[in-house]
Design a protein around this ligand. Sequence first.
Ligand code: NAD
Length: 246
Amino acid sequence: MSPLNEALEMAANIIRAGNVVALTGAGVSTESGIPDFRSKGGLWERFDPYDYAHIASFRQNPERVWKMLAELRETLTGKQPNGAHTALARMEASGLLKGVITQNIDGLHQAGGSRRVVEFHGNGQTLSCLECRESVPREAVSDQMPPRCGQCGAILKPDVVFFGEEIPSQAIWGSEELLDNADAVLVCGTSAEVYPASQIPQVVKMRGGKIIECNLSPALNASIVDLRLLGKAGETLPALADLLGV
Ligand code: NAD
């Protein structure tokens, strides 16, 4: 048996035995054509995410940040879920996965059939005014760039969590609820470098849970990883779902 097949068997046994939650990041969507922070040729090569996606940059120069946001919106438009998203949805539908905590803002888990999804970093479905707190659904915003608040005229910000911003309390509670009694976390397509989502594997490990890493190459600290399924998530996760018979 190949090392990957052996690891898949072990992962399937862990999943069958307890409460399992998935923590996902940009890597589960690269096979849908959305670049992660490390992909070559993507928009993040031209827009340094730690600069353009920092709340201080938005406050200082929202017009400049909106140039990146407009391109990001184009990048996300029309993208379809891949095998990684649908495999997690299959596991959830069969009762083997409690739900997904995602750092992604692309909505592809829901599009792939996942029902219980905590969007840790929000999504772009609504925009808010940082001046008067007005909240506007995306469809209600005109094509004007950058979009402005109908109440006070300030430039609107999409409700995605920028670096330097707090995680919405709804997302904190949602993920705590999922992680309560979690026996294992499937960490998929994330370098787990962005705080505080990066703490989730460590917290679960400290509570006695197991960590299964599904990344292209090892990204998590070896001291907390119990098992690695290395390879494309769009291949390893469907193989895992098949093995589980779901
Ligand atoms: P990251 O870019 O820091 O790390 C991505 C990880 O996924 C890397 O370890 C990479 O090796 C791995 N990876 C890439 N392609 C893979 C594949 N096909 N199969 C398995 N693994 C693969 O991403 P992050 O940890 O999610 O942190 C970046 C932040 O920016 C997060 O908030 C993230 O969600 C956000 N972001 C979101 C999107 C999106 O919504 N799709 C895209 C880019 C960045």
